[in-house]
Design a binder for this molecule. Structure first.
Ligand code: 5RP
Length: 222
């Protein structure tokens, strides 16, 4: 039996072959992506540089000698690679366990192709089991929390955590999410919300899923 860490490493390695023709890629955040960065360091890649979705990822990319490029300096990214906390059969995701989802979503939207790398333990039919993170401007925290309660969720302030953008996170618990696109939009409509962890309106194009020795591929139908 492979451990979850071994399965994360396996799917991260499987993503390498998708980077082949790309010169500049976007790189997500998290332990699965860290394995992907480690794997990049071991191959002869053709990358001119990468756009990082977080300060942590930028540090790791720098350590392996991949030049960092600002999103503002590229027209469009051809590929974005990132992990997720949960995925469903429609390639929709919940992200933000690491609190980086706002920048991650910007990169996902700015990229022609978004490949998500996960292990099978992240599979879900209905979102809500993994708390939905919401990035909030600090002075709006209590107001946004009250609005989230009106939407049926139970927000919890993520203690001792500040995002790379200087904001706070509210994690929404106890939400049975039947319509993720509707809730993604509803959260975005609350003044003070900077971003949220649903990647439903624009799902991943492709999800690579490790399940023990196997890699499964799930494709979005647009
Ligand atoms: C960070 C994220 C990560 O992609 C998500 O938390 C998955 O992390 P891991 O690969 O460590 O399980 O959204 O904001």
């Amino acid at each position: 039996m492979m451990t979850i860490e071994e399965q994360k490493m396996k799917v991260a390695n499987a993503a390498l072959k998708y980077t082949g023709d790309h010169r500049i890629i976007g790189v997500g955040t998290g332990s699965t992506v860290n394995y992907f960065i480690d794997a990049l360091a071991t191959i002869n890649h053709h990358l001119e540089g990468a756009v990082a979705s977080s300060i942590a990822t930028a540090e790791r990319l720098k350590c392996i000698g991949i030049p960092l490029i600002e999103l503002n300096d590229v027209n469009e990214l051809s590929l974005y690679i990132d992990g997720a906390d949960a995925y469903n059969p429609h390639c929709q995701l919940v992200k933000g366990g690491g609190g980086a989802m706002t920048r991650e979503k910007i990169l996902a939207y700015a990229s022609r192709q978004f490949i998500c790398i996960v292990d099978k333990s992240k599979e879900t039919r209905v979102f809500g089991e993994f708390p939905i993170p919401v990035e909030v401007i600090p002075m709006a925290r209590s107001f946004v929390a009250r609005e989230i309660v009106k939407l049926g969720g139970s927000p919890a302030y993520r203690q001792n955590f500040v995002t790379d953008n200087g904001n706070i996170i509210l994690d929404i618990h106890d939400w049975v999410v039947a319509e993720p696109i509707k809730l993604e939009r509803a959260l975005n409509n609350i003044p003070g919300v900077v971003g949220n962890g649903f990647f439903a309106e624009k799902p991943a194009n492709l999800i690579l899923i490790s399940e023990q020795e196997e890699i499964h591929i799930l494709k979005a139908r647009f």
